[in-house]
Design a protein around this ligand. Structure first.
Ligand code: ADP
Length: 432
């Protein structure tokens, strides 16, 4: 079979990251403990439970509270005292998106700045234009009551003349432009930088050029400059890069909440083709009261077709599709979250990493598979799994229409060592 496989396309990490930033309007819950590895294991481990304990400038404390933050997040409890320590300490921090990393380093940069000095003192690099703008917004909001501190964006299109000296104390930008401003154009004197932040390291290293540029920037900075690196994930490659960019680091890690299938009722439905799958889907929908459902398809084409068919049947359907911009996707997710639509049809690429907690039913219209056509167990778990403490009970229905999809289902059963029962869509009493 030949199809355009949406979930086989290498995932656009930067877009995913931006989407996460836009849709995370509050902290992600976690019950896991923060792991701290100190550079100097003999110094006392210092953590804070309030922002007052950090002895921030009045203007900044006001800024923090005006954003609605009452107390530091889990990662901030440990990261902030380290980042604000004297003498400055280097830090590598990893935690999933939405746990408060950006807010933490924004506060650290704002605290370190001396507003009386009219030159760049803090430098932050982000992988893309959009991510840089997003981070800049946080700094601007937090520094709202501290107008003496100015922020400049080193991003494409922001053309400055060679030799002019930048007066803004904080610069945020993408590696290429920042490198230009530091070396070729000499707008920033890298020797005067005292805080260097590298954000989204995992996204950064996905582009080889960015990795090299980041290292070149880092090498121009003085030895005593504080180096901070943040990442949502931590594969070996990220780790190797982090160690090159951040000498003698403290390390903070926060594990993401484990997902489990224990509270999920899993079924499969046997059909002969996609039309029959659609009929079965309608039967399920008619038989049970569903608060909100997410339906996963393999290709954009199927997702589009299914959304149209469901709409014809009178359902109010939201569609997330690969050709949408990040802003459009964020708007769709936001509407779905608010309950404006009850059904969300999507391909995997569009919705990876999106948590919609109120969804009680997940339909795999197509089963998740990798590029070789094998079961993608991780994606399966992520689509239907719930995190222990926050998860309500849920229902997952897998649509089977071929030997191949049955095979994938069996692989999934084996992998999780859980039997998935057959559902007879003419007799749906058992699932309610
Ligand atoms: P990350 O950089 O890890 O993705 P963010 O710093 O963007 O996380 O924070 C995620 C969301 O939580 C944002 O909407 C942010 O405003 C909010 N947030 C951050 N820190 C706190 C806090 N201490 N209290 C309440 N909300 C916070």
């Amino acid at each position: 079979v030949l199809f355009t496989c949406d979930s086989c396309i290498v995932e656009d990490k930067a877009a995913q990251s931006l989407l996460n930033k836009i849709i995370h309007t509050s902290l992600v819950n976690t019950t896991n403990q923060v792991e701290v590895l100190q550079r100097d294991p003999n110094s006392p481990l210092y953590s804070v439970k309030t922002f007052e304990e950090l002895r921030l400038k009045e203007e900044l404390l006001k800024g923090v509270y005006s954003m609605g933050f009452n107390r530091p997040s889990k990662i901030q409890e440990n990261a902030l005292p380290m980042m604000l320590a004297e003498p400055p300490q280097n830090l590598i921090a990893q935690s999933q998106s939405g746990t408060g990393k950006t807010a933490a380093f924004a506060l650290a940069m704002l605290s370190h700045v001396n507003p009386a000095k009219k030159w760049t003192q803090c430098l932050c690099i982000s992988p893309t234009y959009e991510l840089a703008l997003q981070t800049g917004k946080v700094i601007e909001q937090m520094g709202k009551y501290y107008p003496e501190v100015k922020l400049a964006y080193a991003i494409r299109g922001n053309k400055l003349d060679r030799g002019m000296k930048l007066q803004e104390q904080i610069v945020i930008g993408t590696p290429g432009t920042v490198l230009d401003w530091c070396s070729k154009l000499k707008i920033i004197d890298p020797k005067k930088i005292s805080v260097f932040v590298l954000d989204e390291a995992d996204v950064m290293i996905a582009t080889q050029g960015h990795q090299d540029q980041s290292i070149r920037i880092q090498r121009m900075l003085p030895k005593e400059c504080q180096m901070l690196l943040f990442s949502a994930t931590f594969e070996d490659s990220v780790w190797k890069f982090a160690e090159r960019v951040v000498p003698d680091p403290n390390i903070i890690k926060l594990k993401r909440e484990e997902e489990t299938l224990d509270t999920i009722k899993q079924y499969y439905v046997l059909c002969s083709d996609k039309e029959e799958k659609f009929t079965a889907l309608c039967n399920i929908y008619g038989a049970i009261t569903i608060a909100q459902a997410m339906i996963f398809c393999h290709t954009r084409k199927t997702a589009g077709w299914l959304a149209a068919e469901l709409t014809k049947e009178g359902h109010v359907v939201a569609l997330l599709s690969g050709e949408m911009t990040v802003e459009q996707r964020a708007a769709v997710i936001e509407r779905f979250r608010e309950g404006k639509e009850k059904v969300l049809v999507t391909t995997n690429v569009c919705s990876r990493g999106i948590d919609v907690e109120q969804v009680s039913v997940v339909i795999n219209f197509d089963l998740p598979m990798d590029k070789d056509g094998n079961a993608d167990n991780e994606t399966y778990l992520h689509r239907i799994g719930r995190t222990g403490r926050f998860g309500k009970r849920g229902l997952a229905v897998n649509m089977i229409d071929s030997k191949h999809s049955m095979n994938i289902l069996n692989q999934i059963e084996d992998h999780f060592n859980k039997k998935i029962n057959k559902l007879d869509t003419d007799d749906l009493d058992e699932i309610e």
